[in-house]
Design a protein around this ligand. Structure first.
Ligand SMILES: [Zn+2]
Ligand SMILES: [Zn+2]
Length: 318
């Protein structure tokens, strides 16, 4: 099959072996997939992953252990736990010590014609969530994870650092929870997308001095950490959303002095994301810059990595 592979170099292969579904796994024909910051970081060395990239997708189930899934259009949770350890049995497979992660860790990803996942990872999509919006289920679920971890009351002041794909989704989710959200970013075009949703935006130099109850670090760069910490009020919360290759040099003493709660935040609840997309509580379409066929995967990755880019999608059917 055709797939976008990273094995030290990025290439589109035409004869990549089709993954073999394990017990309780489904085979999915991928319809569309989204390029995410993590994919770009993997190409820079994050996680040392080699194989088919891609973890944000929508597809159609072609084979499944249960008949109810066959032919259904689905999105898929990306963590595959061992199923046997204490954390898996407690329902926390995203934290299984032996987990594989679709297109990120020990598991072939979704920038391919076919992908496999355990049936229990799949979520059937309503027809009202079209393919181009459905690829946002996974990153939007990750944004909703913040609300599972931190109580956000109406009126809480939230600063989101970063106006890219992740920052945009985090800001929309915080606004949905009733927070007074300000997104701080560098790109006027990206900030304008947020202003159209009635979200306050600021350039770093013009943002207010008063600290925020909650700060979300979504810049995708390690240099954002010091700035993030400096914007949290005493006893406030810093939520870390970016993953990147390499270590972050950061002075943590302000976190100690101000007794800041630091929350790492990763994958989240799919059903909440699907409902938000179905109800159009979250607006993702304006973020889509381009849709490339899989055979132009290299151009698509290049486009996604360019400074002004928001979301670039891959479509698998020619
Ligand atoms: Zn992602
Ligand atoms: Zn496990």
């Amino acid at each position: 099959m055709r797939a976008l592979v990273f094995d030290g170099e990025l290439r589109v292969g035409d004869a990549v072996p089709v993954p073999v579904p394990g017990d309780a796994e489904a085979m999915i024909r991928v319809r569309m997939a989204g390029i995410c910051g993590t994919d770009l970081e993997i190409v820079r060395g994050y996680k040392g992953f080699n194989g088919i990239l891609g973890h944000e997708f929508v597809g159609e189930v072609v084979a499944a252990p249960t008949q109810t899934l066959k032919g259904r259009r689905v999105a898929g949770e990306i963590n595959v736990g061992c199923g046997a350890c204490e954390r898996c049995r407690a329902g926390a497979r995203t934290h299984c010590g032996r987990r594989a992660v679709l297109g990120i860790l020990n598991r072939a990803g979704a920038f391919a014609e076919l992908v496999t996942l355990p049936a229990e990872n799949l979520h059937v999509l309503p027809d009202t969530v079209e393919d181009r919006r459905a690829v946002f289920v996974e990153p939007l679920a990750a944004a909703f994870e913040m609300l599972e971890q931190v109580e956000v009351h109406p009126g809480v002041s939230v600063a989101v650092l970063g106006d890219g794909r992740l920052g945009n989704l985090c800001a929309q989710v915080m606004k949905l929870a009733g927070a007074a959200v300000t997104v701080i970013g560098h790109h006027d075009r990206k900030l304008a997308l947020l202003r159209r949703l009635n979200i306050t935006t600021a350039m770093p130099q013009e943002s207010r001095a008063a600290p925020y109850d909650v700060v979300v670090e979504a810049t995708g760069s390690s240099s954002g950490l010091d700035a993030a910490l400096s914007r949290v009020r005493p006893r406030g919360t810093l939520i870390l959303k970016s993953t990147y290759a390499g270590a972050a040099p950061v002075d943590l003493s302000p976190a100690v002095v101000n007794e800041v709660t630091i929350v790492g935040s990763r994958c989240g609840p799919f059903e909440r994301a699907i409902t938000a997309l179905a109800c159009r509580d979250v607006d993702v379409e304006p973020m889509i810059d381009a849709v490339y066929p899989l055979e132009l995967g290299l151009e698509a990755m290049k486009h996604a990595a360019s400074p002004g880019a928001m979301k670039v999608l891959l479509r698998m059917e020619p």
